[in-house]
Write a protein that binds this ligand. Sequence first.
Ligand code: 5GP
Length: 118
Amino acid sequence: MNEDDIFAKIIRREIPADIVFQDDRVTAFRDISPQAPTHILIVPNKPIPTVNDVTEADEADLGHLFVVAATLAQREGIAENGYRLIVNTNRDGGQVVFHVHMHLLGGRPMGRMVAKPA
Ligand code: 5GP
């Protein structure tokens, strides 16, 4: 666990972010480099580095990510048209920040599921 990763600092409000939701399990904030009109990161407050580190003890926190995603999608007005949830893992998954997070992307058609490498 890395209590000093950038998202842990956002969760503790030590560095600024546009936080749109927070409770005792999860924090959600707008991505600093949005890839769609809505691009929110939904993050367990517990600093789990990658999905590879998830255990059964994390089921409630990680299940809650989906509840918060659904709530925020409604709030953003993208629920009916639809949206994409992404969790990247390690190098091939394109993970850059090693604190598990779910991307909530919407507000435009999201295209095919994944881009082919150039
Ligand atoms: P990953 O590739 O790890 O799934 O995605 C990490 C995401 O975190 C990227 O979309 C990136 O723009 C976002 N990000 C990285 N640093 C910060 C930050 O300091 N603040 C916010 N709000 N987003 C960040």
